[in-house]
Ligand binder design. Structure first.
Ligand SMILES: [Zn+2]
Length: 1072
C-alpha cells in the first residue's frame, strides 16, 4: 500500500541530471540576477524536447551538446513556459540521441525576490546604524526552481558546483568549502565552491552578505578528522552564538557515533539570517536559522535555551536523516521531520539530563492532540502533489504527531532497538532516497516484530483513540477504545476504527508500567480499583484516557507525592481539559480538578494549567463581566500564592525551573488583576523605562511585566515606552518581547496603533504575526483585528501570497478565537468567494474550532456559572467573594466528594463519545504570547524571531542620504561602487566580446519586461511609500528600484505612531 500522491509526471523520466554547474551573478543595480547553468544530463530515450522545472526565470539562451560524441551546439528553437506546472520545455531542431554525456547550457535572468523563498534578499542594521544588504536562499520544498532551472524533486539527486559573484570583501557561503576566489578588476570577486556530494535540489543553498563569525572544531574522534564548525551572524551579534555552536559540535559527534557514519561534508556552518521564514532549514553543510532561533544572550532565558537546543540538534540530525538519506517524495516528509524531532529530544535528554525534556515534550504535543481531534485533521502520511499542497503539510501533524507516534514505537520496541534499526536504515539507503515502508521493513527485520502493522494504523488513520474505563467490580475493569473527536458526529463506520494501543498500565502496588498491547475494541483487565491505577504511564502513548470519577479522585490525591511524575500529572490535567472541551465531561470537573494542584511545585505543570485556563477564558471572553471576573479570581488565587512564595527577585544561580515558574506566576496573577502584583509591575516598569535601570526587570520577567502594565492602563505613555524600547534595543529577543506585548494595549486607540505599527516598515514581514497575535486577548482587539483583515484582505493577499506561513496564520489569528454564531457566519461569508487554495486546510480547521467553541460555551455556560457561584467565586449581594480551598466545597463535603463531580459525565464513557465538542485552537497563542507558526525547527513554534534595528529617526534627509556606505542606493551592492548594469554583467559573466554584446542586447530587451514584473511586485509598496513619503515630507530618495524595501532599514521618517497612522491612512492600503 502506498500513500504518495505524486503528481502525474510533469518531467520526463528518461532524462536524468548528473551534475549542475551553476554560476549566479546578482545585478548590482536592481534586484535581478544572471544565472549561467550548465547541466550534465543522461538521455535514455531519443527526444526533441527537454522539460525541467523553472519558476519566474526568463530564459535567455538554451542549447545542448553531447560533449563526448560530437560536441557541437544544438540551440533550442523555442522555450515554452508552463506556469501552472512551474516548468519550461525547450524544443530542439534535431533529435537528441540517447546518451550519457549531454550538457544542457542555459542562461537566464531571475529575480532576487523579497518573498523569503527561492533566491531572496534581506537587510539589517547593525548597532552603529550601518545598513547591510544580504541575499540568501530557501529552496525547500519547491523553490530551487526560482533560482535555477532544474529537476526539482527530492528523488532526483545530483551533484552541484556553484560559483557566486559578489563584491570583494563580502562573505559568500554555500554548502561546501570555498575552492577558489578570483578577484575581478571591477571590484567584484568570483567565489567557487567545492563540488557537493550527490543530493536533492532543495538542499542546495548560498548566502552573500556581511557576517561576523565564530568557529569551533569537533574532536575528530568520530570523523577521522576534525570538522570545522562556524556560526555566522549579522555584524556585531556573533558573540551570542557560543551556546549554539557548542551544541552543534556536540551534536555532530553524537550523530556520527550514533549512525556510525562520519559527518559527510568537510564543514558545517550555522547562519543566523535576519529575514527567514521557517524557524530553521537543514541545507547540507549550511544550516540557516532565524536569528531568534540561533542566537542567545548570556543571560537569555532557560526556556529559550531549551528551544534553541532542540532546534539546533534537530537540524543537525537532518544532515544524515534527510540529507544523506532523503525522502522519496514529500508525502514522506513526516517521517524525516518526525524522526528529526524525536532524535533531537533523545540527544538533548542525553546532553542535559536535568532538563526533564520529555515532560516538555508531553506539554508540547497537546496542541497537536487538539488539532488531531478535529474532523479537519489529516493522517500523518498524506498524499501531496502540487506545491501548495506540499507547503500545507509542514504542520504540527507532520512534525509533532510524527514525533509522537515514533516515541510510542520507541517505548514499545525499546529506544536502543529503535536506534539500531535507524542506523541500519541509514546505511542501507545512504546517498539515496527511501520511503516510510522502507523504514518499517528495516525496523521489523531488526526488531523481529510487526512494525508496519503497528505503525500503519497510527500514520494512515486520521485522529487517535480515547480509552474509556468502566469499573466492573473492585478487581475488574473494562477498557474500550473509540475515536476521539471533538465534534459530536462520530459516524457508525468510524466507531469501528481500532488502533494498536500500548496501554502502559501502572497501579499503586506496581507503578512500573505493564506493556500490554490493546488491539481490540474492548479488553477486560484485572486491576485493584480501590487504589489508583493509570494508563499511559510516562505519557509515551498518543491517546487520551477517561477515568471513572472515583479513580480520578484517587489519582488527584497522589499529587504532591512522588507517585506520579511531572509528565503524568501534565497528562492527567490535559486529558481532563480535552474531555471537558469535547463535552465528555462538564467544565466544572476541570475547575474542580485544579484544586488538587494548589500545592504543585513544578513549572511545567503550572505552565500547562495556565494554558488550559486561558483556553477556557478565551472562549468565555465575551461572557458577562461577573462571570469573567469569577474565572479570573480562580486564576488569581492559584497564581498569587506562588508569587508570594517565590517573591520577585531571582537569587544568583537560581534553578531555571524556579525562574520560569516565577515568571508564569507573576504573569497570570497579574493578568487576573492582583492589585499588589500590578503595583509592583508598574513600579518596576517605571524604573526600567524612565530611570533606565535594566536590573529592575530581569530578562525572564520582561514579558510578564510589560504585559501586565499595558493590560492595566489605557494610557499611551507606557505604550510609547515599549515602542521606543523596541526601536532602541538591538537584542533580537528583547525586540520580540517588546513587539509581542504591544497587542495588550488596552483601548481601541492602542489596538489600532498596534495594527498600524505591525504593518509599518518598522516591522519585518516575518514578525508581523507576533505583533498582532496578542490582540486577540481582548474583546476590542479581537474585533478590530477581524475588521482589519476583512478591510485589507485584497492588499494582504496580493502582498503576501506565497510568503511561507503568512496568509494562513494571519487567517488563524484573525478568526480562531471566535465563539459566537454571528462571527461564524461572518467568517463563512467572507471567505465564500475567495481563492482559499493556499490556506484551505487551516481555514477549515479554524471554522471547525469556532463551531466547537460555540458548542462548548452553549453547553457549559450555566455549568460554569453554577460552579463559580457554589464555590464562592461570584460576588455575593454584599460584594464579597467567598474563598474555597481544597478539602471543602459549598456543601461542606470533603475534597474527595468534590472530585466526584469530575466523573459526572464519565458515566457516559464509551457510550456517548459522540456528544462532545471541543474548543479547537482557542487560546494557545494568547497564552504563548505568539502564534503557532510554521516550524521547521525542532521546537517551539515561535513565529516571532529576530528583528534587526531600524535606523535612527532623522527627518532632515534630502533626496539622497549623504553617506552611501550606510545607505545603499537602489541595487544590491551599489554601496561598494557604481557600475552600469550592462558593464557589470559583461565583466562578470566572463564571456568573449561577441558574447558580451549579445548578452547586452538580450539584457536590454529583457529589461523592459523585467521592470514590468518588478513594478507589479512592488506596486503596492510604492503606492504606500511614495505618496505620503514624498508628498508629505518632500523626501525623494532617488532609488531606482523598490525604494520601499530598502527604506525598511533606512527610513528617515519621524518615528511616531501618529506618523505611522497618518502614513497608513494616506496610503489607501492599510487604512481603517
Ligand atoms: Zn526538520
Amino acid at each position: 500500500m502506498t500513500v504518495s500522491k505524486r503528481p502525474s509526471r510533469t518531467l520526463q523520466g528518461s532524462i536524468i541530471p548528473i551534475h549542475y554547474n551553476l554560476k549566479i551573478v546578482p545585478c548590482p543595480v536592481n534586484f535581478s540576477f544572471l544565472g549561467v547553468c550548465s547541466i550534465e544530463i543522461c538521455i535514455a530515450e531519443p527526444t526533441f524536447i527537454i522539460t525541467l522545472h523553472a519558476k519566474e526565470l526568463n530564459i535567455q539562451t538554451a542549447s545542448t551538446r553531447d560533449h563526448i560524441l560530437n560536441g557541437y551546439n544544438i540551440t533550442a528553437t523555442s522555450v515554452s513556459y508552463n506556469v501552472e506546472e512551474e516548468t519550461i520545455t525547450l524544443e530542439f531542431p534535431e533529435i537528441l540521441h540517447a546518451g550519457p554525456s549531454w550538457i544542457l547550457d542555459v542562461t537566464y535572468i531571475g529575480l532576487v525576490n523579497d518573498k523569503l523563498n527561492g533566491f531572496y534578499r534581506s537587510v539589517y542594521t547593525d548597532a552603529d546604524n550601518n545598513v547591510h544588504q544580504l541575499t540568501t536562499t530557501q529552496f525547500q520544498s519547491t523553490h530551487a526552481r526560482r533560482a535555477f532551472p532544474c529537476w526539482d524533486e527530492p528523488a532526483i539527486k545530483a551533484t552541484f558546483s556553484l560559483t557566486l559573484v559578489a563584491p570583494q570583501g563580502v562573505t559568500c557561503l554555500s554548502n561546501m568549502s570555498v575552492e577558489t576566489i578570483t578577484q575581478l578588476e571591477n571590484g567584484m570577486q568570483e567565489v567557487s565552491f567545492m563540488k557537493t556530494p550527490i543530493m536533492s535540489t532543495y538542499l542546495l543553498a548560498w548566502a552573500i552578505g556581511d557576517f561576523d563569525f565564530i568557529e569551533a572544531y569537533t574532536s575528530g574522534d568520530y570523523n577521522g578528522e576534525k570538522i570545522r564548525c562556524r556560526l555566522y551572524a549579522p555584524v556585531g551579534l556573533a558573540d551570542q552564538g557560543h551556546y549554539s555552536l557548542d551544541l552543534a559540535v556536540k551534536a555532530i559527534e553524537y550523530f556520527s557515533r550514533l549512525f556510525n557514519i562520519p559527518y559527510p561534508l568537510p564543514k558545517l556552518d550555522l547562519v543566523a539570517v535576519p529575514d527567514f521564514a521557517p524557524g530553521a532549514m537543514e541545507n547540507w553543510g549550511l544550516i540557516m536559522f532565524r536569528t531568534y532561533a540561533l542566537l542567545i544572550e548570556e543571560y537569555g532565558s532557560q526556556e529559550r535555551k531549551h528551544e534553541i537546543a532542540a532546534t539546533v540538534v534537530h537540524e543537525i540530525s537532518h544532515q544524515w536523516f534527510g540529507n544523506l538519506v532523503t525522502m522519496e517524495w514529500w508525502s514522506d516528509l513526516w517521517l524525516f521531520e518526525g524522526f528529526a524531532t524525536h532524535l533531537a529530544y533523545i540527544v538533548v535528554d542525553e546532553l542535559f539530563p536535568g532538563w526533564d525534556i520529555w515532560s516538555e515534550f508531553v506539554k508540547r504535543i497537546q496542541e497537536v492532540l487538539k488539532h488531531d481531534s478535529l474532523r479537519t485533521s489529516h493522517p500523518v502520511e498524506v498524499g501531496v502533489a502540487n506545491p501548495s499542497e506540499i507547503t500545507q503539510i509542514f504542520d504540527e501533524i507532520s512534525y509533532m504527531k510524527g514525533a509522537s507516534v515514533l516515541r510510542m514505537l520507541s517505548a514499545w520496541l525499546g529506544q536502543n532497538q529503535l536506534l539500531l534499526g535507524i542506523r541500519k536504515f541509514i546505511h542501507k539507503y545512504m546517498w539515496s532516497n527511501a520511503n516510510t515502508d522502507d523504514l518499517w521493513v528495516t525496523l521489523a527485520e531488526e526488531c523481529k516484530v510487526d512494525v508496519p502493522g503497528f505503525m500503519s494504523k497510527w500514520t494512515r488513520q486520521t485522529g487517535y483513540p480515547v480509552l474509556s474505563i468502566t469499573e466492573l467490580d473492585t478487581s475488574t475493569i473494562l477498557v474500550r477504545q473509540s475515536l476521539f473527536l471533538s465534534t459530536d458526529d462520530v459516524r457508525e463506520e468510524e466507531d469501528t476504527l481500532i488502533w494498536p494501543v500500548p496501554l502502559g498500565l501502572a497501579t499503586a502496588s506496581d507503578p512500573t508500567p505493564r506493556n500490554i498491547m490493546m488491539d481490540t475494541k474492548e479488553i477486560i483487565l484485572k486491576v485493584d480499583t480501590t487504589q489508583w491505577y493509570k494508563f499511559n504511564m510516562g505519557q509515551t502513548g498518543f491517546y487520551r484516557v477517561s477515568y471513572p470519577s472515583k479513580t480520578l479522585g484517587l489519582l488527584g490525591q497522589t499529587f504532591g507525592t512522588e507517585q506520579l511524575d511531572t509528565a503524568n500529572r501534565v497528562g492527567l490535567l490535559t486529558d481532563v481539559a480535552a474531555l471537558v472541551a469535547s463535552g465528555i465531561a462538564p467544565t466544572s470537573s476541570f475547575l474542580t480538578l485544579l484544586k488538587y494542584f494548589e500545592d504543585e511545585q513544578d513549572y511545567l505543570v503550572w505552565a500547562e494549567i495556565s494554558i488550559r485556563l486561558q483556553e477556557l477564558l478565551a472562549v468565555w471572553l465575551e461572557q458577562p463581566e461577573p462571570i469573567m471576573n469569577g474565572l479570573k479570581e480562580v486564576q488569581r488565587r492559584l497564581f498569587t500564592k506562588i508569587v508570594k512564595r517565590l517573591g520577585w527577585d531571582c537569587p544568583e544561580g537560581e534553578d531555571s525551573a524556579i525562574v520560569n515558574l516565577r515568571a508564569v506566576a507573576i504573569r497570570f496573577a497579574g493578568r487576573a488583576g492582583d492589585p499588589e502584583i500590578l503595583a509592583e509591575a508598574r513600579r518596576r516598569f517605571r524604573a526600567f523605562m524612565k530611570d533606565k535601570n535594566a536590573a529592575a526587570i530581569p530578562p525572564d520577567l520582561r514579558f510578564p511585566v510589560f504585559e501586565i502594565v499595558l493590560r492595566s492602563t489605557e494610557g499611551v505613555d507606557e505604550y510609547e515606552d515599549v515602542v521606543n524600547y523596541y526601536r532602541e534595543t538591538f537584542i533580537p529577543a528583547e525586540k520580540v518581547v517588546a513587539l509581542s506585548v504591544l497587542g495588550y494595549g488596552n483601548s481601541l486607540e492602542l489596538v489600532r496603533r498596534t495594527l498600524a505599527f505591525a504593518m509599518s516598515t518598522e516591522v519585518r514581514t516575518q514578525d508581523i504575526l507576533s505583533a498582532i497575535a496578542t490582540l486577540r486577548s481582548s474583546v476590542v482587539g479581537r474585533a478590530e483585528l477581524w475588521n482589519f483583515m476583512r478591510h485589507h484582505w485584497d492588499v494582504l493577499y496580493e502582498r503576501h501570497r506565497g510568503d511561507i506561513g503568512f496568509l494562513d496564520y494571519f487567517v488563524v489569528l484573525s478568526i480562531e478565537s471566535f465563539s459566537t454564531l454571528e462571527r461564524y457566519h461572518e467568517v463563512q461569508a467572507f471567505f465564500a468567494n475567495k481563492d482559499t487554495s493556499e490556506y484551505d486546510r487551516i481555514l477549515a480547521t479554524c471554522l471547525e474550532g469556532i463551531r466547537m467553541n460555540i458548542l462548548w460555551l452553549e453547553r457549559d455556560c450555566m455549568n460554569v456559572e453554577e460552579w463559580l457561584r457554589s464555590n464562592g467565586y461570584l460576588a455575593t449581594e454584599h460584594g464579597s467573594i467567598e474563598n474555597l480551598s481544597i478539602g471543602h466545597n459549598n456543601n461542606g463535603l470533603p475534597a474527595k466528594a468534590v472530585i466526584q463531580d469530575l466523573g459526572a459525565a464519565n458515566g457516559l464513557l464509551g457510550h456517548d463519545l459522540a456528544s462532545g465538542a471541543a474548543a479547537a485552537a482557542a487560546a494557545t497563542a494568547v497564552v504563548a504570547g505568539r502564534p503557532a507558526g510554521l516550524i521547521k525547527g525542532g521546537m517551539s513554534p515561535s513565529v516571532s524571531a529576530s528583528i534587526t534595528g531600524t535606523s535612527s529617526g532623522d527627518s532632515s534627509g534630502t533626496s539622497t542620504p549623504a553617506n552611501s556606505t550606510h545607505y545603499p542606493q537602489g541595487g544590491l551592492y551599489s554601496q561598494h561602487g557604481t557600475y552600469a548594469q550592462s558593464q557589470v554583467y559583461a565583466d562578470i559573466a566572463g564571456q568573449g566580446p561577441e558574447e558580451q554584446a549579445r548578452q547586452l542586447l538580450l539584457l536590454q530587451k529583457d529589461q523592459q519586461q523585467h521592470e514590468l514584473r518588478m513594478q507589479r511586485e512592488f506596486q503596492l509598496q510604492q503606492q504606500q511609500q511614495q505618496q505620503p513619503e514624498q508628498a508629505r515630507h518632500g523626501q525623494g530618495h532617488g532609488y531606482t528600484h523598490d525604494p520601499n524595501y530598502l527604506n525598511q532599514a533606512q527610513d528617515q521618517r519621524p518615528r511616531s505612531l501618529e506618523h505611522d497612522m497618518e502614513l497608513l491612512s494616506m496610503s489607501g492600503d492599510y487604512k481603517f
